[in-house]
Write a new protein. Sequence first.
Length: 545
Amino acid sequence: MSKPVGTPVDREAGWALLVYAMAALVAGSGLVLMLLQARTASARLDFLAPVTLLVLGLTTGLMVFISRANRRQIAQLNAMGEELADYAALLEQNTDLLERAQNVANMGSWASDIPADDITPSPQGCKILGLPAGSHIRFEDYLGLVHEEDRADVKSAWKDALKQGTFDGEHRILVNGQQHWVRHKGELEYEPGGQAVSALGIVQDITEQKHMRMALKNSEARYRTLIEWTPDAVLVHRHTQIMYANPAALKLFGAPDLYSLLRKHTTDLIHPVDMDSQRTRMLRLGSDEAPSTPAEARCIKLDGSPIDVEVRGTAIEFDGEPAVHVSIRDITQRKLLEHEIRQLAFYDTLTQLPNRRLLDDRLSQAINANRRSGGFGALMFLDLDNFKPLNDTYGHGVGDLLLKEAAQRLKACVREMDTVARFGGDEFVVLLTELDTDWQKSRQFAETVALKIKTAMAKPYSLPLQDPSNPALRVEHRCTASIGVMVFSSASSRASAQDLTKWADAAMYQAKNEGRNRICFSEHSATELVDHYFFNSYKTSSEKG
Ligand SMILES: Nc1nc2c(ncn2[C@@H]2O[C@H](COP(=O)(O)OP(=O)(O)OP(=O)(O)O)[C@@H](O)[C@H]2O)c(=O)[nH]1
């Protein structure tokens, strides 16, 4: 089978050319015949054949020409039709996409022909407004959907929009008896004369957002009311910048007004001693949602004075953004009470020196420390000599003054790290710690301190007689001290705190018996020495081997 040559258009043009050529040949033959017959002046009837040929040729050519022109126009029209169909499909596709997008966004659109008072919502717009799909409504119809309390506002907003060219507003509508919040936003178009002719806008159902916003507003209002009334100080800060302070916080920090606190950072209110720990807590709060455990801290008021507080923080959302709520309780009174209880439990009320209980505790600590360091300590037991006559002659009040003065003198004789305790009555105990790892040096040091104490205590006491009729009246009293000293190492770990006190007490009695105002070393000090060397040599050999 032979293949056709060329495209259909080429073939059609070829056939047309052939027909034109044949028509021209026929018409030409007719014309030639006519000319020849005219020359030979033949009969009138003889013209019929050539004329027929001429007309036939011309008519055929003309018909082919017209037919081709028509076919071209039809082809063009067909092409345009196909193009239009493509556009229509694209439009349909875009409309479908737009509708789906509006559906997802819960947002519709609408167009309004203002002079005709005709509003055409999109399918999603109809759904939001509770209208059948494809509805056209008048402005008055729309007002009928609007909640009656919002109707006047909508009317006046539309009036303004006609002048301004844009609008953006929220109001309530009723859809099947249910209240919905909608937001309209749109633009108007004007004709050259200034008359608004059309408007295009979007409508969005914002009921859910509105309810959430209202719930948030209500909970924030509740939160504010609660913290306004709470007796604890409350600060809300974001990255330490104070955003809110309740009246109790103003009072606690001595702020004259809210503004003076809002200018501050929480770090401005933390005492330098607690800055690091509080910063760490704040950083942890930023990443951890759980409220922090209460912690004691020192804060500073705006006038710079310190306050003891208990702080507790928790991460919150404030004005829609992450922040930290800090609750601050003033614990100054509690601290004072705690201090008072501690003083009563561990300190002598008259001299403010540690009492027997605290002494025992510190002595045990010293024994343990010596055990670790392998060094020596010393315990001195003191009893005032000739104290009773002062009491008996001038009364206990004056005796108390002497005891207080004796306490001060004792403290002045020792280092900060040492302990001076009142054991009871006119008895005192001095604990010297971390003397030396050498027995001789430690004993010497203890003896030096004991001598210093003996000298200080023996100095006369000038005491006011507390006579209201003569306040300047004073009495001079001489009252020495008998001192028993026990040097201990505790390396042997055999001696307890009670043992050491007992041995020092015995040495003190020895000093009393030997005539008072003197120093005696406990004979157990030597035993301790032997134990010490035994223990240390054992320790060294076991470490080696
Ligand atoms: N003012 C006052 N006296 C007290 C206190 N506690 C005990 N005393 C008195 O202290 C005295 C202690 O008695 P002693 O140690 O025997 O009296 P002393 O005159 O020092 O006798 P020697 O120690 O033997 O020298 C007693 O009179 C107690 O009443 C106190 O808190 N205040």
